[in-house]
Design a protein around this ligand. Structure first.
Ligand code: NAD
Length: 391
């Protein structure tokens, strides 16, 4: 009798897992169902570009039907609200439940607000295409309103957090806001971009020389860094800092971190304090058999026992490995432990600049680094068989 394999989430991990599982197993052996909130896969590593209109939404939205049309994978558009591992069922928003024999959870992460008052209510975030769209519309409206209202806070943009996401966004702001100012007839010197970071420096974890290059490039394009300054409270149009200072800004974006998905925590999977599920060497939940947990939902430790950052590259490697594990679950045979192979990390600083480290020691900066990042996106599109459909 065929196994019911249910994969939750068509992000980097879930989609690659569905494609691989289809490759390994015949439809007589397994019925693969991929559940996703939207009918499309989102290239979320490029959301900062869409948030300023530098890249079209269409190019970041890949219709799942197009990717799956020639595969024995049933797409179920729906939002997961509950996972009941003891009953081996998943409950969706419309009340339907899906039974499974083998489950793959790849529903991504959530924004971490650290309990900072007002942050969730009054700051933009950048975790989906819809959020990028909202931010873009808001930024454009600030420029459109300025000639009528003449309020300087309309032209003040605050990004909270100078990790990867914050830096990539301020890089886009630095490139795009001068253009928007020009179009609206607003003097460029009135536009202020602040990047507020609690840690002593930006891009924690990156090599010092690359951080310096990034900082210099962004400062030269007008970004004002405030480091060692945690945001403590947010009100509509006001960012409170632990120094007692308040920044008046119409645009406040929070890129201060992520945590595991609450649905996974609520389902009783063993998690760490940041809500990431503990998995064994084969990506299975440590307390529920037959359940794989991938991508940002999972806690994967490196050789030093520290969590790997939740990146797209790690997610798709987990997806590919999980396809093999599912094959072994159905056909038998020995599984190999999951070994991440992190090729490097590249942070873009706008459309013409980036910093990156590839392998253990190769460092790259400038347009070349940006092209490396673009190439890695193409590599991924090729992997999911969608290299031409996203342009
Ligand atoms: P992050 O956790 O990497 O960075 C968040 C930053 O916000 C930290 O530097 C933190 O000190 C700061 N912060 C926290 N509280 C604050 C406060 N109260 N006030 C001011 N600053 C505060 O989060 P992220 O940038 O959203 O990235 C999330 C994950 O995704 C990371 O693991 C990252 O490596 C990964 N990522 C990778 C890429 C890439 O590979 N190109 C791109 C984006 C994100």
């Amino acid at each position: 009798m065929e196994k019911q394999i249910v994969i939750l989430g068509a992000g980097y991990a879930g989609l690659v897992c569905a494609i691989q599982t289809h490759k390994y197993l015949a439809s007589s052996e397994a019925k693969i169902t991929l559940v996703n909130k939207h009918s499309y896969h989102q290239l979320i590593t490029l959301l900062h570009e869409s948030a300023v209109g530098a890249r079209s939404d269409r190019s970041l939205r890949i219709p799942l039907e197009k990717v799956l049309h020639d595969k024995d994978v049933t797409l179920h558009k729906g939002t997961v609200t509950k996972i009941a591992p003891d009953a081996k069922q998943v409950v969706l928003e419309d009340g339907k439940s899906l039974p499974y024999d083998l489950l793959v959870i790849a529903i991504g992460s959530e924004t971490e607000y650290f309990g900072i008052p007002g942050l969730k209510e009054h700051a933009f975030t950048l975790k989906s295409l819809n959020q990028a769209r909202l931010l873009r519309a808001h930024v454009e409206s600030c420029f459109a309103r300025y000639p009528l209202e003449r309020k300087r806070e309309l032209l003040r943009f605050v990004v909270g957090g100078a990790g990867f996401s914050g830096i990539e966004l301020v890089g886009e702001f630095a490139d795009a806001l001068p253009r928007l100012a020009n179009e609206a007839g607003v003097p460029l010197e009135y536009v202020e971009i602040y990047n507020v970071e609690a840690a002593p420096g930006i891009l924690p974890g990156f090599d010092v020389d690359l951080v310096k290059t990034a900082e210099e490039s962004l400062k030269a394009r007008g970004v004002r860094f405030m480091t060692g300054v945690p945001i403590t409270r947010v009100e509509p149009g006001l960012v409170h800092l632990n120094t007692g200072d308040i920044i008046e800004a119409e645009t406040i974006v929070w890129t201060g971190g992520v945590r595991g998905n609450q649905i996974v925590v609520d389902a009783g999977f063993e998690t760490d304090p940041r809500g990431r599920a503990k998995v064994d060497a084969y990506l299975q939940s440590v307390n529920h058999e037959g359940v794989y947990i991938l991508g940002d939902c999972a806690l994967i430790l490196n050789e030093q026992g520290r969590p790997y950052p939740p990146t797209a590259q790690l997610a798709w490697q987990m997806g590919a490995a999980c396809g093999k594990y599912l094959y072994h679950d159905v056909r038998g045979g020995l599984k190999e432990e999951f070994q991440p192979n992190i090729a490097g990390a590249i942070a873009s600083l706008g459309r013409k600049d980036a910093i990156g480290k590839i392998g253990r020691s190769f460092k790259t900066t400038g347009k070349m680094a940006y092209l490396f990042k673009d190439a890695s996106n193409y590599r991924y599109l090729n992997k999911i068989g969608s290299v031409f459909s996203s342009r």
